[in-house]
Design a protein around this ligand. Structure first.
Ligand code: PDD
Length: 285
């Protein structure tokens, strides 16, 4: 049975209960994280917690938890749930008031919830074992604060579903200037003539931890040129390779965009090198 954490108590997930007046439930008024963990080793724990702290500050949720407090909860959840291939979900909402009112409530403690779920084994840098994605593209109709990892994910959910119900694994998003932003639950990269490019960080995309680690390991290695710059959708269609990144997928190759092959339609050599560097370096973060 899966063990969860809710407001200071570890308990079976099935027994965890919140109020229907919780603002996470009523308004999607909260911040979340997903931290991957393999065999008891977490990837990117410190940057994940830092992103959550800055998200909480950005929306004015006052939770004075240290990184060590989060580490204690995560370590115990990983142990209690078998220490296999786990995603650790962390969620802080603005808490439960006694009424439904848009303004921030006074004297209401945030709700802190965490649980783990099974994720696929660690991705490996092997073309034969890679799971290539096909994606569709659509205009990004989410809000102008996509850098905040808010639990209000309906915009992302609707975009994901657009691709999913047509048999695709993700949806790439572009802004009103026809520039790539990210995907519904991943960051996005292109490769052209050996150069790896990804959109720069701004309010249009989440500062992904996988994105951060990948850029860092590529730059540290120095063998592959990396750019953070605006990318048009024409460049996406003309790319040699397209990748999507997230905590559980790591670096995932995309071989089809809107029904057209990316490059030669096969998993690429730059992907192979990038996933190998990611696999080798990820536990340093
Ligand atoms: N999704 N962009 C969006 C919109 C995301 O939701 C995510 C992560 C990412 C990648 O971020 P990271 O590399 O830190 O996982 C980018 C998580 C995993 C989710 O919602 O389940």
């Amino acid at each position: 049975m899966s063990i969860a954490f809710l407001d200071g108590v570890f308990l079976p997930l099935e027994e965890a209960r919140i109020s229907p007046l919780d603002r996470g439930f009523l308004f999607g008024d909260g911040i979340y994280e997903v931290v991957p963990s393999y065999g008891g080793k977490m990837v990117g724990f410190t940057p994940h917690i830092a992103r959550m702290q800055s998200g909480l500050a950005a929306v004015g949720i006052d939770l004075q938890w240290s990184e060590q407090q989060w580490a204690d909860v995560c370590t115990r959840l990983v142990e209690d749930n078998g220490a296999g291939n786990l995603g650790i979900y962390l969620h802080v909402s603005r808490g439960a008031d006694n009424k439904r009112f848009h303004g921030f409530p006074d004297n209401v403690a945030p709700t802190v919830f965490a649980f783990t779920f099974e994720i696929a084994p660690e991705p490996v840098a092997d073309k034969a074992l890679a799971k290539p994605y096909s994606v569709i593209t659509t205009q990004d109709l989410r809000w102008d604060r996509c850098h905040i990892k808010s639990t209000a994910l309906l915009g992302n959910v609707l975009h994901f579903q657009q691709g999913y119900e047509q048999g695709h694994g993700e949806t790439l998003l572009f802004n009103s200037s026809n520039e790539l932003t990210e995907a519904s639950a991943c960051n996005a990269f292109i490769v052209k003539q050996g150069v790896v490019s990804t959109p720069p960080l701004d309010n249009q995309l989440l500062p992904g931890i996988t994105r951060h680690i990948l850029l860092d390991v590529l730059r540290r290695d120095g063998g592959i040129k990396v750019e953070e710059r605006t990318i048009t959708m024409d460049e996406v269609r003309d790319a040699d390779e397209v990748w999507i990144t997230s905590s559980s997928k790591e670096v995932a190759p995309v071989t089809q965009v809107d029904g057209q092959p990316v490059g030669n339609g096969q998993v690429g050599d730059v992907w192979l090198a990038a996933q190998a560097l990611y696999s080798a370096g990820k536990f340093d973060y």
